[in-house]
Design a protein around this ligand. Structure first.
Ligand SMILES: *Cc1c(COP(=O)(O)O)cnc(C)c1O
Length: 401
């Protein structure tokens, strides 16, 4: 059976060049980079080289890079560490309703400890109104946290403008850039970012390694307590192989991002146009233009996203119903909820996320097998064209598609 992977926003395969670069650190280069002897020295240079590779991609100094375990840890450390370090200034955080759970659930936890959190709303395309951000700022605000790009819809947020607002008001700015790194140009100076989270496994590096960029001079309480690794910002022995792999992935992203993204966007557009040409009553979730080049989130009216995914899986196609982190729950996506997508349409949403290995043949295969699956599931649905058009909110919504 064909195997077609269209779930790159959930995780990516390790790139062959990355695997090659990191394998020695699982073999003879086994030292602890904090050791002073030859075995340690052998690998400490590799960690520092990776730090330079990451810093080059973000346009910051290597000393501002903190290696840790994943994007979730970087987000947690940014929020909890800021509240802890700046507690005497205030306890108010501004974020958005569409953040990844790594930020949202951390905010919910912080609310329980007495913090105030403002969740900025989005419009039906998923966009923020920056006037809402300005209005939400108070003397107590210690942090603005807005994701660079959304994992479910691919929506891109105006990070440079938000960074300018944060700087003008003297407020710290964190961005979850896990989906943006490798797909968009990232410049922490230009965007006035103080804290930025990224994750290896979304970028062609292995799972279990991430980075927090911390602007020089930013007071941040560490999350892990123990040894003096990472200039006392993150205790724990380095994941040397993961770090080396992440460095290599950043180097590749730097060299290839533009050409890869142009190719991936062409394929994404081919998929999007193909779906809209072949299947009626489909809704695009997200902003048509201000979107990652690799992401397509669509609702197929009348059917359950989960049934569609199972049927695609039987044809060898891996896609997702929104976020891998929320699958398994029957709640519709909080992102689509914040965009006021009608609830049955939210349940029928499906995310296709492409990557550097996606081919035109993959897309054509999806366009061949998808329409009959959708039609079969619709024919089975008791709701499909239920006839009560005037009384039914779904019929009403679908009529306008
Ligand atoms: C995947 C993801 C995370 C979490 O990263 P992990 O390394 O899997 O913990 C955080 N934010 C966004 C936007 C993501 O897509």
């Amino acid at each position: 059976m064909k195997r077609i992977y269209l779930d790159y926003n959930a995780t990516t395969p390790v790139r062959p060049e990355v695997l090659e670069a990191l394998l020695p650190y699982y073999r003879d280069q086994f030292g602890n980079p904090s050791s002073v002897h030859w075995a340690g020295r052998q690998v400490s240079g590799a960690v520092e080289k990776a730090r330079e590779q990451v810093a080059a991609l973000l346009n910051c100094s290597p000393a501002e890079i903190v290696f840790l375990s994943c994007g979730t840890e970087a987000d947690n450390m940014s929020l909890k560490g800021t509240v802890d370090a700046l507690g005497e200034k205030g306890n108010h955080i501004i974020t958005t309703a569409v953040e990844h759970p790594a930020v949202l659930e951390t905010c919910r936890y912080l609310e329980k400890t007495g913090c105030k959190v403002t969740y900025l709303p989005v419009d039906s395309d998923g966009r923020l109104d920056l006037a809402d951000l300005e209005k939400a700022i108070t003397a107590q605000t210690v942090l603005i946290s807005v994701m660079w790009a959304n994992n479910e819809t691919g929506n891109i947020y105006p990070i440079e403008q938000i960074g300018a607002i944060a700087k003008a008001r003297g407020i710290r700015f964190h961005t979850d850039a896990v989906q943006a790194v490798g797909k968009l140009e990232i410049d922490v100076q230009k965007a006035n970012i103080d804290l930025l989270a990224l994750s290896g496994h979304k970028l062609g590096a292995p799972k279990g390694v991430g980075v927090l960029y911390v602007r020089r001079g930013t007071r941040l309480t560490p999350f892990m307590h123990g040894g003096h690794q990472e200039r006392n910002r993150r205790a724990g022995t380095h994941n040397v192989a993961g770090i080396v792999g992440l460095g290599k992935a950043c180097e590749l992203a730097m060299a290839e991002r533009e050409s890869t993204c142009a190719r991936v966007k062409e394929l994404r557009d081919r998929l999007e146009q193909g779906i809209f040409a072949r299947i009626p009553q489909v809704k695009l979730n997200g902003h048509p233009g201000e979107r990652l080049p690799n992401t397509l989130n669509v609702s197929f009216a009348w059917i359950e996203g989960e049934s569609l995914l199972l049927n695609l899986d039987m044809k060898g196609i891996a896609a997702s119903s929104g976020s891998a982190c929320t699958s398994g729950s029957l709640e519709p996506s909080h992102v689509l909820g914040a965009m006021c997508v009608e609830v049955t349409l939210a349940h029928s949403s499906t995310r296709f996320s492409l990557g550097p290995d996606t081919t035109a043949e993959d897309i054509d295969y999806v366009l061949e097998v998808l329409p009959p699956i959708v039609q079969r599931l619709r024919d089975m649905s008791p709701l499909y064209n239920c006839g009560k058009v005037d009384a039914c909110e779904t019929c009403d919504t679908v009529k306008k598609l």
